[in-house]
Write a protein that binds this ligand. Structure first.
Ligand code: NAD
Length: 429
C-alpha cells in the first residue's frame, strides 16, 4: 500500500477509473500535479529573533479552470499532504460542476504559538513568496484549517500591494468589509447539512430521533452543528483539539458555540477556550467520540482520524466527511464491509468551494448578492450534485465515494477529450 498521502489519494481515483468510460489519458494527466512551489518564509518574532517557516502551493490540475483551494496553517503540513489536498480540490470542483481546477497550499506552523502581529507577518510574507504563482485567473486561495477571514483579508491586501492593483478576486473567504460574500463563512457546514437532509429523506429518518457526533468544532463543525440543531436533529457530542463533550439527550449547541467563542488573549483570530470547559456535560476523549453509538458521525477536523485501528469500533451508520481525507483507504474497506454509508469529503464539504466560487463571481462582476440569494444558489447546486452522485452510486452499484470519483472523472474526461486524445491524433476520432 502506498504510504505517501498523494499516492494514497490517487488510488481511489484509479479504482473509480475502472468503472467509467473515459480517455485513458485523463488518468495520466491527473497522476501528475501541474506545478509545485515550495518556499521559505522568514518571520521576525516579537522578541527580535528570526524564524523561517516552510510553505507550499500546489496546482494539481487546470483542466476545468484556474486553480482553487485553501491555505492551511498546521505543524504537520508537508508537500505530499498539500498535493493530496490539491488533487481533492480538482475532484471537488468537477463534482460541483464549477469552472475551477484544483490547488492547495499550506505552511508548517503551529499558529497558536504566534502572536497576532507574528501571524500577520507570516501571512503577508507567505503571499509575497507565492504572489507570482497565484492570481484571479490563475489560482485563487481560500481559508482552511487554522486560517480564517482575517488572514484572507491580510493576504488579499498584501497581494494587492504586490501587483499594485486592488484584487479582491485573488482570494475568497475574505471579511465582508473587504469584498467577502454573505453566506461564505458557514458554507461548508451548510453544504454538508443539505447532503445529510437528502440522506435523511432517502432513509426516512426522523430528525428528532437522529443522533449526531461531530469531531472538530471549528468553522465547518460549528456551522453544521448549528443548522442540524435548529432543524431538530440531536447533536449529542462535539469535540475540539482539547477533547469532547457528550450529552445523550442532545447538547445545547448555541450555548456550546457561545462558550467556544468566549475568547481570550488572541480571541480575534482563534478561540482557545476548549469545549471541555463547559458544564453539565460528560467529558469524553476524541477517541471516545469517534466510536460513540450514534446515527451519524461527522469528522470535521483533520485527515486520517478513521483508520484501520478504529474502523471496526465505529458504531455510526453514516459518516459525513466534512474534513478532507478523514478516512484512510484501509478504513474505507472495513467500513464498506460493515455497510456504513460514507458521504465522501469531495462531495460533503464542497459547499465551501461553491460559495467561494460565488464570492469570486461577485468580486469580478462588482454585483453583490443577498445572503438568501447565496444560500439558495448553494442549496440548489448541492442538492443537484448530491442527487447526481447518489443516482450514479445506484446505477453502478458502488459506494457514494466511488460514485463521486466516477462523476468527477466523467467531467474531467470530457475536458481531456475536448483537448484531443490519442484516437483524434491518429485520425480515428
Ligand atoms: P478550523 O481551524 O476552523 O477548525 C478545526 C477544528 O478541529 C478546531 O475545532 C480544532 O480544535 C479541531 N481539531 C484540531 N485538531 C484536532 C484533533 N486532533 N482532534 C479533534 N479536533 C481537532 O478548520 P475548518 O475550516 O473548520 O476545517 C476543518 C476541516 O474541514 C478540515 O479538514 C478542512 O480541510 C475541511 N474543510 C474546511 C472548509 C472551510 O471552508 N472551512 C472547506 C472544505 C473542507
Amino acid at each position: 500500500m502506498a504510504n505517501n498521502a498523494f499516492e494514497r489519494a490517487l488510488a481511489r481515483l484509479d479504482k473509480a477509473a475502472e468503472r467509467v468510460d473515459i480517455p485513458p489519458e485523463t488518468l495520466k494527466r491527473l497522476h501528475f500535479p501541474k506545478a509545485v512551489l515550495s518556499v521559505s518564509i522568514p518571520v521576525r518574532r516579537d522578541d527580535g529573533s528570526l524564524e523561517i517557516f516552510e510553505g507550499y502551493r500546489v496546482h494539481h490540475s487546470d483542466l476545468l479552470g484556474p486553480g482553487k483551494g485553501g491555505l492551511r496553517y498546521h505543524p504537520e503540513v508537508d508537500l505530499d499532504e498539500v498535493k493530496a489536498l490539491a488533487f481533492w480540490m480538482t475532484c471537488k470542483g468537477a463534482i460541483m460542476d464549477l469552472p475551477y481546477g484544483g490547488a492547495k497550499g499550506g505552511v508548517a506552523v503551529d499558529p497558536k504559538q504566534l502572536s497576532m502581529l507574528e501571524l500577520e507577518r507570516l501571512s503577508r510574507g507567505f503571499i509575497r513568496r507565492i504572489a507570482d504563482f497565484i492570481g484571479p485567473e490563475v489560482d485563487i486561495p481560500a481559508p482552511d484549517v487554522y486560517t480564517n477571514e482575517r488572514i484572507m483579508g491580510w493576504m488579499m491586501d498584501e497581494y494587492s500591494d504586490v501587483v499594485r492593483r486592488r484584487s479582491p478576486d485573488v482570494i475568497t473567504g475574505k471579511p465582508l468589509a473587504l469584498g467577502g460574500s454573505l453566506g461564505r463563512s458557514g458554507a461548508t457546514g451548510r453544504g454538508g447539512y443539505f447532503c445529510l437532509q437528502e440522506l435523511a429523506q432517502e432513509f426516512d429518518w426522523d430528525p428528532e430521533q437522529t443522533t449526531i457526533a461531530i469531531h472538530g468544532f471549528g468553522n465547518a463543525g460549528q456551522s453544521i452543528a448549528h443548522l442540524l440543531h435548529e432543524d431538530g436533529f440531536k447533536v449529542v457530542a462535539v469535540s475540539d483539539s482539547g477533547g469532547g463533550i457528550y450529552n445523550d439527550s442532545g447538547l445545547d449547541i448555541p450555548e456550546v458555540i457561545k462558550g467556544k467563542r468566549a475568547g481570550n488573549s488572541v480571541e480575534q483570530v482563534y478561540c482557545k477556550d476548549s469545549v471541555c470547559d463547559l458544564e453539565d456535560v460528560e467529558v469524553i476523549s476524541n477517541d471516545e467520540l469517534l466510536t460513540l453509538d450514534v446515527d451519524v458521525l461527522i469528522p470535521a477536523a483533520l485527515d486520517d482520524v478513521i483508520t484501520e485501528d478504529n474502523a471496526e469500533d465505529i458504531r455510526a451508520r453514516v459518516i459525513l466527511e466534512l474534513a478532507n481525507g478523514p478516512t484512510t483507504l484501509e478504513a474505507d474497506k472495513l467500513l464498506e464491509e460493515r455497510e456504513v454509508t460514507v458521504i465522501p469529503d469531495i462531495l460533503a464539504n464542497a459547499g465551501g468551494v461553491t460559495v467561494s466560487y460565488y464570492e469570486w463571481v461577485q468580486n469580478r462582476s462588482g454585483d453583490y448578492w443577498t445572503e438568501d440569494e447565496v444560500d439558495q444558489r448553494l442549496e440548489k447546486r448541492m442538492r443537484k450534485q448530491f442527487a447526481a452522485v447518489m443516482d450514479l452510486a445506484k446505477e453502478l452499484d458502488v459506494s457514494f465515494r466511488e460514485a463521486a470519483y466516477c462523476l468527477a472523472l466523467k467531467r474531467l474526461g470530457a475536458a481531456a477529450e475536448a483537448l484531443g486524445t490519442q484516437a483524434l491524433f491518429n485520425g480515428k476520432d
